[in-house]
Ligand binder design. Structure first.
Ligand SMILES: *Cc1c(COP(=O)(O)O)cnc(C)c1O
Length: 367
């Protein structure tokens, strides 16, 4: 059997937890969502997480709360999944693609500064593969030019930067609980808000911007409310939260195991010809969502591994070539190079010790 790129981790307790919610018949947003949010804070150190129905919804909601309006510009990398750029278009704003660092795949702070115009309102860094961006440098630029920072941390559940959890650093940090992310709720996401007032707004806006706690029904049977500005149907529901609660148990051990596997790969490949490992540093603890590196003759590499029953994948190529984003940018030299040589090896909860050795052997056999 071929060793797959991804694996969906479902806790053995999931069926019981979700089953209890189904038995209760209360399947919409309720106490389980609240409990899940509290557990995200106590387990992962996330600040004021507001649970929603996808990572994409979390990103869009964060842009709304950051005040992004039609005509504004948001600086982001092209090395990401299309959701990052599409939510900017959803606000009728313009994604402006800055260059990345070849050694990490993350936004290059010096390129961000060159892309700032009068219309720039926010920076949207993506922690590619789970390795944190240069948040100090990005924070300094944001403060200097009065820009919001909205982190796309879809790959970074469990990552830390200089000892602080991703999810506790910028005004807004967005996570995904999609099927192949670290923790899944089927589909789901969360936006973490440093300011309690933003979290309050997010709670209302995820449900049509109706203040549920203070909108009691009249004798006529409908809640009484006034909607001051648009809200969305973005809330998480209780059976998704129950799945999330089950999958969150034991997360720390699973993350440590991912880190161990990544360190085995690093040791095995650090001196190999034709491979350049990504840069890692002690103050940047990666969530190790995927194991990325650069290889020479990438297609030969993929075919050689395939013949040895190991999957290798780019996971995502650059997104700026899409027509909706205006076509491929010509001034991103590191992105150009990254796009040609990056590749990822299997790294997930389903890998056995034998699988890990098989991946290492498959690479060491050459291409
Ligand atoms: C998965 C992902 C998203 C979107 O998350 P969904 O939960 O699928 O909406 C956004 N950005 C990146 C970088 C992702 O990998």
């Amino acid at each position: 059997m071929t060793i797959s790129m991804f694996d969906t981790f479902i806790s053995p307790k999931a069926a019981e937890y979700v089953g209890r919610v189904l038995d209760s018949t209360y399947v919409s947003e309720g106490t389980k969502v609240r409990e899940f949010e509290e557990k995200l804070t106590s387990t992962l150190g996330w600040i004021n997480p507001v649970a929603v129905n996808s990572g994409t919804s979390a990103l869009h909601l964060a842009l709304v709360l950051a005040g992004i309006e039609p005509g504004d510009e948001v600086i982001c990398p092209a090395q990401t999944f299309v959701a990052t750029g599409l939510v900017i278009l959803q606000q009728r704003a313009t994604p402006v693609f800055a260059d990345i660092q070849y050694a990490t795949g993350n936004l290059d702070p010096t390129s961000i500064e060159k892309k700032i115009t009068k219309k720039t309102k926010a920076i949207l860094p993506v922690h590619w593969g789970g390795s944190p961006c240069d948040m100090d440098e990005i924070g300094t630029i944001a403060a200097e030019y009065n820009l919001a920072v909205v982190e796309d941390a879809a790959h970074a559940t469990g990552a830390t930067y200089k000892g602080s959890p991703i999810g506790s650093i910028s005004q807004f940090t967005c996570f995904s609980f999609q099927a192949i992310k670290h923790i899944t709720t089927g589909d789901g996401g969360a936006v973490c808000c440093l300011d309690k007032s933003d979290a309050k707004k997010a709670l209302a806006k995820r449900w049509f911007n109706i203040d549920r706690a203070h909108s009691l029904p009249s004798i006529l049977g409908e809640r009484q409310y006034d909607i001051p500005s648009p809200g969305y149907k973005y809330h998480m529901n209780d059976y998704a939260a129950a799945l999330g609660l089950a999958n969150l148990e034991g997360f720390e051990e699973r993350l440590l195991r991912r880190r161990k596997i990544a360190s085995c790969y690093r040791k095995a490949f650090e001196d190999m010809d034709g491979i350049q490992l990504f840069e890692s540093s002690a103050h940047r603890e990666s969530a190790e969502w995927i194991f990325g590196m650069h290889v020479q003759r990438r297609e030969d590499f993929i075919r050689a591994l395939q013949s040895r029953n190991v999957t290798a994948s780019v996971v995502h190529l650059r997104i700026d070539h899409n027509s909706c984003f205006g076509g491929k940018n010509k001034d991103l030299p590191n992105q150009d190079q990254f796009n040609e040589t990056q590749i990822n090896l299997p790294l997930h909860d389903g890998l056995t010790a034998t699988n890990v050795l098989a991946v290492i052997d498959a690479v060491k056999a050459g291409w």
